[in-house]
Design a protein around this ligand. Sequence first.
Ligand SMILES: [Zn+2]
Length: 294
Amino acid sequence: MKMGLVTYTPEKVEGFDMHVYYSKWVDGSVFPAAEEMQNDVTCFCDAKTIRENPDLVAVSKSGLALRKNRKVNTPFDFVCPTNPDYRKKIFDYIEGLNKENIEGVTLNLYHFPEEEFCVCPRCVELWRQSGLNWTGWRAQEITSFLKQAKDLVKGTFAVEMYPDPVLAKERFGIDFEKIAELVDYFHVPLSARDYTTNYWVDLLVRDFTRILKKPVVLELSAEMPTNEKLDALLKTVAYVSKQHLKGVLFLVHDSENAKQICRFAVKNTDFRAWLRTYEFSEMSQIVDDWAKVC
Ligand SMILES: [Zn+2]
């Protein structure tokens, strides 16, 4: 199992062998490519673009896909995914990234905001013309967007997802079967303030590694400063290291944040004894490797 980082700064850290850099954010910020890293592109969540051009937002009977609309529980502001001009903007950006020496591209938030979206006049017309049912049409739109994006990527191609193993197709248009044919791996983010309660991480990792037909990389939040939270995080990684994961990524602020986690694990003799006692051999090896570099 590989260990890696998801960061907001384009710098690699020793001790980690997967590096994902957020190059386009949900607030609309766009950054140059990070060399030799996996560049993570937020597709249809773009607060800045919607502020500048409110007509682009996705629509439902319960109103617009905006955070301020509390009738719908969307975490971000969503552009309608069938807008051809906005899609072109994303494709142009992906094309630009691939002119640089990057490892590859990961897409996130490339789907519909929820089941009842989008019923703008263009989407309703496209759905009507397709002859498909609502779920089938929405999934087809998202899969075809991903196919076009993949054609622009010369390296590793991966997607994140809203981590719902059962209803992803109905809710978001995410068709795991079809998408598996396009991607090198699936990136499953299970974000939390901490992992002191962690049964749900184990549960979702078991479900996703069973149903997804490509390797699975798990992302856990690691911006936590306290020893108790770091201890819970590392034990959660130990538990999931017994599942069939390609890797675990820590979401961190910066490289110092990542080094702090390595140092905490290496110096924590109780944790290392716990790993030996309960035969977490893979995790023990990871911490031994960290001891050589931090
Ligand atoms: Zn629409």
